[in-house]
Design a binder for this molecule. Structure first.
Ligand code: ACO
Length: 184
């Protein structure tokens, strides 16, 4: 069974492990390989420790049999006010071998619940334009492509990338989402 809970400081190394592995798996061919090769779990662990301590955004983990298999972060406000969204899903990653088992849905629901509790009515997420899995996931959860949101952005990865934004306008529906029960 997959359980989602708020991250603690002790989760930072596991979050970083999932992040580095999932980035390398997902973004090969989309993000410069040199940047992916240079990612280091220790560096990401330190960044997550700072984020969890700061508590300015929600950080949640999905675990199965006490092992962290995914994480998400986000909250209020949206980082780019131009989207008009009240909240933003900043990041969501599930270990490659454990995807499509409902963890992502539960993680998105937890961040949406956090945003709702802080008064947001809508939530935006930015995704690499070429990330078909991520885009299908957001579409599957009811987000709509934000018209005109396509942008080229330089994150300092070695070359700029193209992103698009998706918007949820029915946050209660996302927050209350649960994986369909397995057929008996
Ligand atoms: N193809 C089509 N639809 C999909 C796919 C896919 N590969 N994966 C998920 N979906 C849709 C489906 O509608 C699915 O429902 P269903 O299984 O009942 O049909 C629904 O999304 C929920 O799927 P989950 O099993 O909950 O999703 P998962 O646990 O795999 O997590 C996630 C989704 C986080 C996108 C995961 O696949 C992942 O980590 N991908 C690689 C990293 C990534 O792209 N992260 C997002 C980057 S953008 C950002 O972080 C802001």
């Amino acid at each position: 069974m997959i359980r989602v809970r708020p991250a603690t400081l002790a989760d930072a190394p596991a979050i970083a492990r999932v992040q580095v592995a999932t980035w390398r798996h997902t973004y090969a061919g989309m993000v410069p390989q040199d940047y992916l090769d240079r990612m280091r779990e220790e560096v990401n662990t330190a960044a997550w420790e700072r984020g969890i301590v700061a508590a300015s955004r929600a950080v949640v983990v999905a675990e199965r049999t006490a092992e962290v298999i995914g994480f998400a972060s986000g909250g209020v406000p949206a980082r780019d006010p131009a989207t008009g969204a009240g909240a933003e899903l900043d990041a969501i990653y599930v270990a490659p071998s454990l995807q499509r088992q409902g963890a992502g849905r539960l993680l998105a629901a937890a961040v949406a619940g956090h945003a709702l509790a802080r008064g947001a009515a809508s939530m935006v997420v930015w995704v690499l334009a070429g990330n078909r899995v991520g885009r299908s996931f957001y579409e599957g959860l009811g987000a709509r492509l934000l018209p005109g949101s396509g942008r080229e952005i330089d994150f300092g990865w070695g070359s700029p990338v193209d992103e698009v934004a998706y918007l949820w306008t029915d946050l209660p529906r996302v927050a209350l989402t649960r994986r369909s029960p397995a057929p008996s």
